[in-house]
Design a protein around this ligand. Sequence first.
Ligand SMILES: NC(=O)c1ccc[n+]([C@@H]2O[C@H](COP(=O)([O-])OP(=O)(O)OC[C@H]3O[C@@H](n4cnc5c(N)ncnc54)[C@H](O)[C@@H]3O)[C@@H](O)[C@H]2O)c1
Length: 330
Amino acid sequence: MASIARIATNGFMSSPKSSSAAQRLRSIQRQFSTSPAMAAIEIKKLGVVGAGQMGLGIALVAAQKAEVQVTLVDSSQKSLDKGMAFADKLLSKDVSKQRITQEIADATKKRLTPTTQISDLSDVDMVIEAVPEIPSLKQQIFAQLAEICPKHAILATNTSSISITKIAAATTKDPTDTSASSRVVSTHFMNPVPVQKGVEIISGLQTSSEALNTAVEFCKKMGKIPSVSADSPGFLANRILMPYINEAIICLETGVGTKEDIDSIMKNGTNVPMGPLTLADFIGLDTCLSILEVLHSGLGDSKYRPSVLLRQYVDAGWLGKKSGKGFYDY
Ligand SMILES: NC(=O)c1ccc[n+]([C@@H]2O[C@H](COP(=O)([O-])OP(=O)(O)OC[C@H]3O[C@@H](n4cnc5c(N)ncnc54)[C@H](O)[C@@H]3O)[C@@H](O)[C@H]2O)c1
């Protein structure tokens, strides 16, 4: 956590072990940074856009641990209903296992307000967007958020791989006006949000130290352990994780091992809770493909090329756990 303390004062992490490329990237970011170091703002009301597996988890943990009011927006009423039913199930399970009291469960539920109207985010202090990993969709949402949300609101994205700088640029037609783009930052939560402690905080070229520090402090209030990374394709977590998953799929595709053997050797040999193919099913194969495409096009190295088999699974609609079929049946 020492590095986080440094971020809170300097706005950026510095490490004597940084590679020269990373130092170059950070110095470019500092050069373009639009504001002097500023303290975090207090978040009383949060908006979450997208009530899928990530958005619902973020909304639930924010309502329970950070004790803030949460407006949960989804364009699909069906997704909202499914999400709220899942929230009920998770809270009841926590009560039955005596992890929380019934009063805490009731208070958490009361703080969640589901809606299909994005215009309901006109009174929030911060928004976390968690819609599907489609660049044009995220850009469209951020253009709307810049219009709808109060002028002090921090606009965060849960993107797994899309450039924060590019998302921030969508908040304005005038790139010299950074009044909205400077409030854009990434809070990249890990799945499942109620369980995983880690969260990656990423700043784009336009991100202010106020936005970065607010994201760090709010994630800590949610009981998470933030790490900061630069705006580079895949950031840290997926830059490392996705080539691993892709290689496991290539091993399956080329007959190096069965899905069970691939998962078994990694689970039992590297002490991870699940093998790479199970993990891919759990993340969503469409999400894995989108991230690999961003890594491949963004870094231009053939080592990030998504496997043919992954593309075929996505084409077949076999997206993993969420669609009932992926490398395994659910
Ligand atoms: N799944 C993971 O393991 C994981 C982990 C970290 C980050 N992420 C990222 O989080 C984001 C969301 O992923 P997910 O797995 O929760 O996706 P998901 O498909 O489970 O949920 C997306 C939700 O967004 C809603 N939506 C679509 N268009 C919308 C719009 N215009 N306005 C409002 N809501 C809209 C959908 O109805 C759906 O409920 C993606 O950017 C993904 O890359 C995913």
